[in-house]
Design a protein. Structure first.
Length: 244
């Protein structure tokens, strides 16, 4: 009996979470979730989306893990611009890093306590938004998300039509969605830090993104002490492997 109650409770929590997603996100993002869940009809309206998702949860077709996997799939990781920094000894040896609770207190002091070790964000915000801060004792990670969509060619939906005696040919495109990710990583064992930006290159856009990272990271530790690090083509130093 206890097991059933626990299962029902988990399903109700997932339903509440799904309702938040439906209310917060545009239809194009919800359609991507349903499209990536085999056997679940998509529907047209948000009412359809909610009904189909709730039924899939009751049937056990959709679990929280499925939603998190979907989010991972729609997060683009390519075409990243990387800004590297060296972490000087005085920053790496700061007692701040000796205990995760110290970092947690700094995060709370900066006003981000709800983001500490946060689980996967389900948001597709129109404007870039910080969604998580993690520290595992060696690596600090700050994550931002932003919802984006674009058109994908779908030749199967092309058609021709005669209008007023003239033949018109219509080429179809389907709107597809993903989440752009911006991250700041500080790896104490490597004595390196990096900002990963997916926004296409543009001086103003990247300057805005860098200012956002600088402002947030500075509220947690002495970001200004980091040293910009340029990697030339002739540099034979092994490239660091950053956690995903």
């Amino acid at each position: 009996m206890a097991t059933n109650q626990g299962t029902n409770g988990s399903r109700e929590q997932l339903k509440a979470l799904v309702r938040e997603i439906i209310l917060a996100q545009g239809n194009v993002f919800i359609k991507e979730l349903l499209r990536n869940t085999r056997g679940v009809p998509i529907g047209v309206t948000k009412a359809d989306f909610e009904r189909n998702l709730m039924k899939a949860i009751d049937d056990g077709t959709i679990r929280r893990e499925d939603i998190e996997e979907w989010l991972a799939e729609v997060e683009g990781w390519g075409n990243q611009h990387i800004y590297l920094y060296k972490v000087p000894p005085d920053v790496a040896k700061d007692p701040l890093w000796s205990d995760a609770t110290r970092i947690q207190k700094q995060v709370a002091k900066a006003g981000f306590s709800d983001l500490w070790n946060a689980r996967s964000s389900f948001e597709f915000p129109e404007v870039q938004k910080i969604t998580g801060i993690q520290f595992d004792g060696s690596n600090l990670r700050l994550t931002w998300h932003q919802g984006q969509s674009w058109l994908v060619r779908d030749k199967t939906k092309d058609y021709t039509q005669e209008i007023n005696g003239d033949e018109y040919e219509f080429h179809a495109y389907r709107r597809q969605a993903e989440r752009a990710v911006m991250r700041f990583e500080l790896a104490l064992p490597l004595r390196l830090a990096a900002i990963f930006i997916q926004t296409p290159w543009g001086e103003v856009e990247h300057e805005t993104a860098l200012k956002e990272v600088t402002k947030t990271a500075s509220s947690i530790f002495k970001f200004s002490a980091l040293e910009e690090y340029s990697v030339s083509l002739g540099n034979q130093t092994p490239r660091p492997t950053w956690p995903r």
